[in-house]
Design a binder for this molecule. Structure first.
Ligand SMILES: Cc1cc2nc3c(=O)[nH]c(=O)nc-3n(C[C@H](O)[C@H](O)[C@H](O)COP(=O)(O)OP(=O)(O)OC[C@H]3O[C@@H](n4cnc5c(N)ncnc54)[C@H](O)[C@@H]3O)c2cc1C
Length: 454
């Protein structure tokens, strides 16, 4: 009997589940209200990385003298950059749609909400309604920027991240409120486009929770670039005064800027789904709790991606989607490997880039776990000197008794790519000797990985 699988939300979680389930023989229906490919994915992740890449090209141009070139002073072309962002977004959305359609997935443009544990109602843009019956369903509705009650974004000068692209103008003087991953990426992005930037950091370290040594490299870079860091300050009001915004902090400090951008997390898109009619529980924050198979409290209803309250990463959302498709089609009884969130690699697209995976040094110490930590700076790597960028390091954490790689972090150019080697080692329980004995390319930044594994 064919399984009828309804997926609400066509982001990385939803479309990955759809493609795998269709391949495995399910009848798949995806309901998406905005953009196939995902709102957070295509309206946050991709445009921010595209703008950061353009900002990086500008920074590279400014540093051209160090490469033996005459110094360049690149200027941004806002219209061309906007077209570039839209082209990439359209390309990704269209190719995802084409793949799903070619696999027989039915895509409905509309908004879905549950009507019962085995049915949902889809309302399309023209107001028409359709009831969909299902054997299994998946909630993958993503998230949106969190707006606290002490500020009212106006889309002009008081902005959420989604108001920043495509860029209408570039702020000349911007205050970023919130120093997590998104906050530091926005600091880097606006500074590389030439803005004066302030960052409100509620703790004593940017990137709270990250390895302090890693955060220190980033703070040093920000200070060198003239970023004003307001550490230990919580913003408590943001108001417009003419062409300025005034950000007041709880310690009495204030910042005047042309724009303020809120980067203080996200909230799940679980409202309006009528989860109660399906019997699905939410937690106090509106997230939908799941077990290790991504199943909610209702046996045949799954949740994945940001709405599940696990790691808010596109890569994690996709992997959850894949695991759900296998579970829906009964494959978990054979080759199913549980998703281990502790082994997810993540990256921060600043300059230098920061990436990490697996066990962190501080976490090991907190649990009294014996570890071996080896660290190699890129300044000892020929390719880093050739690249004219020897900042940062590679750190590998391993088990001193067995040599098994437990985690690592990389700060430096291409860290987001290089971390894949350590991520593979962590997932496959490889030993440091496996990295050391790999015949790597020379000259390459990856040589620092082999050295750190020695
Ligand atoms: C600024 C920023 C930068 C980021 N950068 C990165 C990065 O570099 N790398 C990374 O891995 N992650 C990044 N992320 C996180 C990443 O974007 C999310 O973790 C990811 O998109 C989550 O995927 P998802 O499938 O859960 O949700 P989404 O991508 O948001 O997809 C959910 C979809 O559900 C639809 N939907 C919602 N409700 C309904 C409904 N009732 N009916 C029908 N459709 C509905 C929405 O329209 C949306 O398209 C970033 C996030 C932000 C905010």
């Amino acid at each position: 009997m064919t399984v009828r699988f309804l997926i609400i939300g066509g982001g990385p979680a939803g479309n990955t589940a759809a493609t795998y389930a269709a391949r495995l023989g399910a009848e798949v229906i995806v309901v998406e209200r905005e953009i196939v490919g995902g709102a957070a994915h295509l309206m946050d992740c991709i445009p921010s990385k595209t703008m950061i890449a353009t900002g990086g090209a500008m920074t590279f141009g400014r540093k051209s003298a160090g490469m033996g070139l005459e110094e360049m002073q690149p200027e941004v072309d806002v219209e061309a950059l906007t077209d570039r962002i839209e082209d990439i977004k359209d390309h990704l959305s269209n190719s995802t749609t084409e793949l799903l359609v070619s696999q027989g997935v039915r895509i409905i443009k509309g908004s879905a909400s549950f009507a019962s544990p085995h049915s949902a109602i889809v309302t399309t843009a023209d107001g028409s309604k359709e009831t969909i019956e299902f054997d299994a369903a998946m909630i993958s509705t993503g998230s949106r920027p969190r707006i606290p009650d002490w500020v009212q974004p106006d889309g002009e000068r008081i902005l959420t991240t989604r108001d920043c692209y495509p860029p209408k103008i570039f702020p000349t003087n911007v205050c970023i409120v919130g120093s997590g991953v998104t906050g530091v990426e926005f600091v880097h992005m606006f500074e590389s486009f030439g803005a004066k930037v302030s960052l409100v950091v509620s703790r004593q370290q940017v990137l709270p929770g990250k390895d302090p040594e890693v955060a220190a490299v980033l703070e040093e870079d920000f200070l060198r670039r003239g970023v004003r860091l307001l550490k230990g300050a919580r913003a408590e009001s943001i108001e417009r005064e003419g062409d300025e915004v005034v950000i007041k902090c709880d310690d009495g400090r204030q910042v005047r800027a042309s724009h303020a951008v809120l980067t203080i997390g996200s909230v799940p898109n679980s409202d309006g789904l009528n989860l109660d009619l399906a019997g699905v529980h939410m937690d106090g924050g509106g997230y939908v709790p799941i077990n290790h198979h991504c199943i909610t409290n209702v046996e045949h209803i799954y949740a994945a991606g940001d709405v599940s309250g696990k790691l808010p990463l596109s890569s994690v959302a996709s992997m959850q989607g894949r695991k759900i498709a296998e579970h829906v089609m009964g494959l978990h009884t054979r080759e199913h490997r549980h998703l281990d969130y502790d082994k997810a690699a993540s990256a921060i697209f600043t300059e230098p880039e920061i990436a990490d995976v697996g066990l962190a040094e501080a976490e090991a110490f907190a649990h009294g776990r014996k570890i071996r930590v080896t660290k190699v700076p890129f300044s000892a790597t020929p390719k880093a000197l050739i690249n004219n960028d020897a900042r940062g390091f590679v750190k590998i954490i391993s088990d001193p008794a067995t040599g098994v790689v437990l985690g690592g972090s990389i700060v430096g150019r291409h860290a987001a790519e290089l971390i894949s080697v350590i991520a593979l080692a962590v997932t496959a329980n490889l030993k440091v000797s496996d990295i050391v004995e790999s015949l790597l390319v020379h000259p390459a930044l990856a040589e620092a990985l082999a050295e750190a594994a020695e």
